[in-house]
Ligand binder design. Structure first.
Ligand SMILES: C[S@@+](CC[C@H](N)C(=O)[O-])C[C@H]1O[C@@H](n2cnc3c(N)ncnc32)[C@H](O)[C@@H]1O
Length: 319
């Protein structure tokens, strides 16, 4: 019988605040800050406009590739689960007799509140972990508490576009054990030519920079740090990452005035025209991603693509 979901909190507000101060000093804010408190609601409101489950059949056919059996104990860990909206739809289509334990992992407690509500009617066991998935503390937790499963599936949905592959691939490598499955989705580039680079970049200029909802969402981490929206404006820088051939669009807040921020006992000075990196959105190249993971001992299992959302499945090789 399904037990009451527990929330295990590894995030300490004081540490988070210290990390935000360090981020401002370095003029680059980690994406996890965007999804705290009001940012969580802004993300969900923003997503409602483009929520589209027409690719649910793709997700279900990817589940078939895993070949889950009723006598197996299966863990599904969703890293950066957010409000678990996709999981709600997809897991409720799986055979309820499967022995699945779902773990929703996110650094935003607010997001986990949304996730628990969304998942309340899903019949599988569930638990939630509020943690930074790239932290050593989280890795130790996974190593000590998530043994004894026949299959472990790590899902990473809609979160890869915000993170550099070089950054996340080692996180995956270190928390996963051999034969664990990694299933991630990613926004794909429309092509690999110079023209497609300009066309894809232009879409971000048009659709994101001029979308007040998106700007509100991007601004939430700056607001939490004490900035006001009249302190500057957003711009985008686009570039191709030569290693994985991905398109990297960086959202930057450029100050139009000198600003002094006060955090308890610390004072930070930011000059007019200084730039703070707030978010990166990556568009990937299929071949580039597969080669990148294969070089790092992940065995490629499969791929499908719908509306420029690519889904990749890999298995961690035995070392
Ligand atoms: C783009 S949202 C995707 C949410 C969800 N998977 C979906 O499909 O809508 C990214 C999520 O990852 C979480 N996140 C970002 N960085 C994280 C980190 N280092 N550790 C844990 N969660 C993180 C954010 O709080 C946010 O909920």
């Amino acid at each position: 019988m399904k037990t009451k979901p527990q929330v295990f909190n590894m995030i300490n507000d004081l540490k988070l605040n210290e990390q935000l101060i360090e981020n401002i000093k370095n003029r680059s804010i980690d994406q996890l800050f965007i999804y705290q408190q009001e940012g969580a609601k802004n993300y969900i409101d923003n997503k409602k406009d483009n929520m589209n489950m027409s690719n649910i059949d793709d997700y279900l056919s990817m589940f078939k590739k895993i070949g889950m059996k009723k006598n197996e104990k299966i863990a599904i860990l969703s890293l950066g689960c957010g409000d678990a909206e996709q999981e709600k739809y997809i897991l409720s289509k799986l055979d309820p007799e499967l022995n699945i334990h779902y773990y929703g992992v996110d650094s935003s407690l607010k997001m986990l509140d949304y996730a628990k509500k969304n998942m309340k009617d899903v019949s599988f066991h569930q638990d939630y972990i509020c943690a930074d998935f790239s932290s050593q503390q989280f890795r130790r937790h996974i190593q000590s508490s998530l043994s004894g499963f026949d299959k472990r599936i790590f899902i990473f949905w809609r979160t890869l576009p915000n993170i550099k592959l070089t950054n996340i691939v080692d996180t995956f490598y270190n928390i996963m054990e051999e034969k664990d499955i990694l299933w991630m989705d990613a926004k794909m580039r429309s092509g690999s030519t110079q023209l497609s680079f300009f066309q894809d970049s232009e879409l971000y200029q048009k659709h994101h920079l001029q979308n007040p909802q998106f700007i509100k969402f991007c601004f939430s981490s700056l607001r939490a740090a004490g900035f006001s929206s009249t302190d500057g404006e957003f711009k985008i820088k686009s570039a191709i990452d030569p290693a994985q051939k991905s398109l990297e669009c960086t959202f930057i807040f450029k100050l139009n005035k000198t600003k002094t921020l006060t955090f308890n006992t610390e004072i930070l000075h930011i000059d007019k025209n200084e730039e703070i990196t707030v978010l990166k959105i990556m568009n990937f190249d299929k071949k580039g991603v597969i080669e990148f993971f294969e070089k790092r001992d992940f065995h490629y299992i499969g791929y499908c693509e719908h509306n420029r959302i690519g889904q990749f499945m890999f298995e961690k090789k035995a070392s």
